[in-house]
Design a binder for this molecule. Structure first.
Ligand SMILES: Nc1ncnc2c1ncn2[C@@H]1O[C@H](COP(=O)(O)OP(=O)(O)OP(=O)(O)O)[C@@H](O)[C@H]1O
Ligand SMILES: [Mg+2]
Length: 317
């Protein structure tokens, strides 16, 4: 029986295994109605909603094919190379790391690689304790809660911040031990800014070989940020006038030119969209205009570049 894939475009894939980039072409897959790929279809729907991220999308699609064939070989009683799926994510804030981690945990669950597929997001404080022995215990408990799913540790480099004497070192050692003890039972994703992650790996030479997949999340361009904003606006059932779009693009472009060290990409856009919506609400109340068109339309004057609103969202920091 022929196998079918719904991604039929000839595409370049750049996969990084053990930090070595391999480039190869994926020829079009024949389509066969007799074979269904529900997990792939679900994945495609989610991937297609993400702006840009071409390399990540290719990598995730390749991962699907890899997992699918892995399963098929098992079913055919052929040799399969036992493989761990721990990953390193490198990129600035708001570049989609958590979004992709969530999508992957769903994929692993849908394909039966992980039974639960839940995602636990943690950071240094969730692993590192204040006295001897507490760190190992905290880390073990965190891993225990993650079994059957994905443990995502953000700003992972902060674990080796304090050097040899710091409890962060104990957290790393415990994590490595847990990866051995619970092989195949959970997937660990360590995430952080590119430079700091490089430094982190250099300081922990035993780590890189345990993470067969490395994904890099580049910063978005001005037009990608605008596309993300447009999508968020659409999802919330608003529309932006052409003038508002132009003004927003100029503003986002300016932010990129300013090159702030930790500009938060998609997160910045989301916060900005929320601010525009609040500004529009204030304008509508002032104008007494509540018809459907008015309720939906964001105008250039709603782009509050200096926001004095007292309302903040939990994750705006
Ligand atoms: N490619 C994209 N397309 C659409 N929306 C995106 C994209 N990338 C990020 N976003 C949106 O930007 C916001 C931040 O994304 P996310 O939380 O995944 O980033 P992150 O890299 O985990 O950030 P941090 O490092 O700050 O935790 C989310 O609202 C997400 O939906
Ligand atoms: Mg995140």
């Amino acid at each position: 029986m022929r196998e079918a894939y719904t991604f039929t475009k000839k595409s370049q894939i750049n996969v990084v295994f053990n930090q070595k980039a391999e480039k190869h072409e994926v020829a079009p897959f024949p389509v066969d109605e007799r074979v269904t790929h529900e997990p792939l279809e679900k994945l495609e729907t989610k991937l297609n909603r993400l702006v840009g991220m071409d390399q990540i999308k290719h990598m995730v699609r390749e991962l699907y094919a890899w997992l699918y064939i892995y399963r098929k070989r098992e079913e055919a009683n052929l040799k399969v190379q036992k493989q761990s799926f721990h990953m390193l994510f490198k990129g600035n804030p708001g570049t989609g790391k958590t979004t992709v981690a969530r999508l992957l945990s769903d994929l692993f669950r849908d394909m039966g690689i992980l039974p639960k597929g839940h995602l636990i997001e943690a950071e240094r404080a969730d692993l590192v304790g204040e006295y001897i022995g507490q760190t190992a215990q905290k880390t073990r408990e965190l891993v225990k809660r993650s079994l059957g799913g994905v443990l995502f540790i953000d700003e992972a480099y902060s674990l080796s911040r304090g050097g040899e004497k710091d409890f962060g070192k104990e957290a790393i050692d415990t994590l490595v031990k847990q990866m051995e003890d619970h092989k195949d039972e959970f997937i660990l994703i360590l995430a952080g800014y590119s430079d700091e992650m490089e430094e982190f790996l250099r300081m922990n030479p035993g780590l890189p070989s345990r993470f067969p997949m490395i994904m890099s999340f580049p910063d978005y361009s001005g037009s990608e940020l605008l596309d993300i904003a447009k999508q968020m606006i659409r999802d919330r059932e608003y529309i932006m006038t052409a003038e508002a779009q132009k003004k927003l693009f100029r503003h986002l472009h300016q932010k990129i030119v300013e090159n702030e060290p930790h500009f938060s990409n998609g997160r910045y856009v989301r916060n900005h969209v929320e601010k525009m919506i609040r500004q529009q609400a204030v304008r509508l109340v002032r104008e007494n205009s509540f018809d459907r068109d008015a309720l939906m339309t964001i105008r250039a004057c709603d782009l509050a570049l200096d926001d004095h609103s007292m309302i903040t969202h939990a994750d705006e920091a």
